[in-house]
Design a protein around this ligand. Structure first.
Ligand code: FES
Length: 305
């Protein structure tokens, strides 16, 4: 038997790939928020383009479906208008929308604070503590001093870190220091001085945050990582093994004649040495992460610090 509604069946839009593209864009955007702003921007662009195409299809499909039913409802020549004015805002649609809207609001209220507390700290730059290493007279010019200190007072000894500090004399009437972190940039093992360390000359200096241990060293062979054979020269440049860049460095300041370590930063390569060294500063990167060249874009992508 023939369908009495015949051609008046609404013409729904055929299946399309736009929702799939939109979903891929949203996934890219979410992953990008964790790993890279570039990926997040690409994901957002994909989601916007496919979302627009999807919405356009839905709107044009609805318009096409509405047209025949409006024609049917229109009065025919000499006839009367449709028996009943169609309900413009059907109750079931209102209830459907209200239920979905309420669900979305409740979902948002429950989810957003959790997401905020879980994800936002990764995107906020946490200011490093300032580390007082004591009077600059503790650092003899031209000699490295292995300096061990508590980096976060609240965390105590668990936050003990080590830096190799060398007094380079003066540069344009300002004191110059080389302040190298001992954390290997391959996988983060503690790097050691490649030469004698004079433990019998260790000095413990009382500072505001506790005590700093200062031990003179002569790293004639640079710095060596015992974990996988990584090696660095005296400026912290990688010379052998799996590390992909030079050792991280600390910014420093001299206040009231005391040496203060500030933020850590990353370095690809140091040109020159001592006070004359030319260093390009990069934002602090994780172990194994390139900071320059094409590899910085391609491998490996890491979460922001
Ligand atoms: S952690 Fe230093 S070489 Fe692997």
């Amino acid at each position: 038997m023939e369908d009495p509604r015949g051609d008046q069946q609404p013409q729904l839009p055929g299946p399309s790939l736009w929702p799939v593209g939109f979903a891929v864009g949203i996934v890219c955007l979410l992953v990008g928020l964790v790993v890279s702003w570039v990926a997040a921007a690409v994901g957002a662009a994909i989601a916007i383009v496919f979302g627009f195409l999807w919405a356009r299809d839905v709107v044009s499909g609805r318009a096409a479906a509405r047209a025949p039913s409006e024609e049917a409802a229109a009065p025919t020549d000499g006839g009367e208008a449709g028996a009943e004015e169609p309900e413009r805002f059907p109750r079931n649609k209102f209830l459907e929308g209200a239920t979905l809207g309420l669900g979305a609001v409740i979902g948002g209220i429950v989810t957003l604070p959790v997401l905020g507390f879980a994800v936002l700290p990764g995107f906020t730059k946490q200011k490093a503590s300032e580390i007082d290493l004591g009077p600059i007279e503790n650092f003899k010019e031209g000699q490295y001093v292995v300096s061990t200190f508590v980096s976060e007072k609240e965390q105590g000894d668990i936050s003990r870190r080590t830096a190799f500090i060398r007094n380079n004399g003066f540069l344009k009437n300002k004191p110059s220091f080389t302040c190298i972190s001992n954390r290997c940039v391959h996988l983060g093992c503690p790097v050691q001085a490649g030469g004698p360390v004079f433990d019998d000359q260790t000095k413990n200096e009382r500072v505001a945050g506790g005590e700093v241990e200062l031990t003179p060293a002569l790293p004639a062979a640079g710095f060596i990582c015992p974990c996988h054979g990584g090696a660095y020269d005296q400026e912290g440049n990688r010379t052998a093994g799996p590390p992909v860049r030079a050792l991280n460095r600390y910014e420093f300041a001299i206040r009231n004649g005391r040496l203060i370590l500030l933020d850590l930063y990353s370095v690809a390569y140091v040109k020159g040495s001592g006070a004359d060294a030319k260093i390009k500063r990069y934002e602090l990167a994780g172990p194994g992460q390139h900071v320059d060249g094409p590899e910085a874009w391609l491998y490996p992508i890491q979460a922001p610090h």
